[in-house]
Design a protein around this ligand. Sequence first.
Ligand SMILES: [Fe+2]
Length: 233
Amino acid sequence: MSPMQSFGQDIWIMNGDHVRMFGMLPFTTRMTVVRLKSGGVWLHSPVRPTPEGRRAIDQLGPVQYLVAPNKIHSLGIEPWKSLYPSAEVWASPGFSRRHPDIAVDAVLTNEAQAPWSGDIDHGVIDGHAVLDEVEFLHKPSNTLIVTDLIQKHEAAGESWIWRGVKRMAGILGEDGGVPLDIKLSVRDKTAIRRSIDRILGWDFDNLIIAHGHCLQGGAKEAVNRAFEGLTGQ
Ligand SMILES: [Fe+2]
């Protein structure tokens, strides 16, 4: 069985290792894979490569871009880069400060003209004290790709303690949304409102997130709901 699942036209997801945040809180991880019109492959938030994962990716085309969408999701960048040395690394604005040892080819600012812009739009979340994240719209499949800004962790297989912690943090199951700690650390409400309004203006109906339940259909309404309370507007 392929470790990669089709999500829509020219877009796939591949689940990775379970990791622990702060050495404790268990998280599932997920990478998004896009085949660009150019024939190249774009990997978002790459999970650690496995031989099966690499074989599945190789069937799509050559890996051209490795995307680190925030300063935390660095796990698979270097391992994939060593497998595909000509792939370009594109990273969030705060990534290099956190990972000065990982070589980055380009920074994902709002002004950056990404070579994949015919297939994928991007938008930086401004106005937050901690979150350093870039969101993406895959246009052929009308899919919004989010990393940590929205989380909907699976409840199944989770201990009652972690289910309780995640419920309190607002990130458990299909009702999950923007984590409480992110809601509580907005620095500039006007700036973050501008960022999320830009995202809500994109034409999407589906949602891929790095942690938990993805949505096929109905994503605009769900994302709108998740953003409620983020800016108090
Ligand atoms: Fe994450």
